[in-house]
Ligand binder design. Structure first.
Ligand code: SF4
Ligand code: SF4
Length: 155
């Protein structure tokens, strides 16, 4: 089987499960009746509410995160299966400086802690000769789409 992003080790990190919006995608097999979710606003889907996993209001962590890790690992949503912070970091690198600046100014597109981890993991992928397993096409396109949208007013 060809290598994919899962070949890049997380080394025990659980940053993904903290402070991140996990949007649910029924079209990708997520069964809404299984999850505890709530409608949220997302820069990725302007003008409409989308379903996302609930987060602990005190910590911001995903409600399925436990000390032992993900409590629904076998049924984790599509986003949890395909996300990798190294890919986000690489996609941002591939954007023009202007686009990166717009996304940064918006402040609602990526999480700084996640990006810091992504840069670290991207370096790890490069050290392991695994950068080529990161397919950034969709993410670059999504970032460019967001950068072309009007900047939301600060709340
Ligand atoms: S933030 Fe990166 S290293 Fe950490 S769990 Fe997510 S994908 Fe793995
Ligand atoms: S469902 Fe599991 S893998 Fe996905 S964010 Fe929650 S704890 Fe993490």
């Amino acid at each position: 089987m060809p290598l994919d992003q899962n070949a890049i080790p997380c080394d025990g990190c659980i940053q993904c499960c903290r402070n991140d919006q996990v949007i649910l995608h029924p079209d990708a097999g997520d069964d809404l009746s299984f999850y505890r979710w709530e409608p949220i606003a997302s820069a990725l889907y302007p003008g409409r509410a989308v379903p996302a996993l609930r987060r602990d209001p005190a910590t911001g962590d995903c409600v399925y995160l436990t000390e032992a890790g993900c409590s629904i690992h076998d049924r984790r949503p599509a986003v949890c299966r395909r996300f990798h912070c190294a890919r986000t970091a690489l996609a941002l690198e591939q954007l023009s400086g202007r686009t990166r600046k717009i996304l940064r100014r918006r402040g609602d597109v990526y999480d700084d802690a996640l990006l810091a981890r992504g840069k670290d993991r991207l370096q790890r992928a490069r050290d392991l000769g695994l950068e080529h397993v990161l397919d950034t096409a969709q993410q670059v396109a999504a970032f460019e789409r967001i950068a072309a949208l009007p900047v939301p007013k600060k709340r």
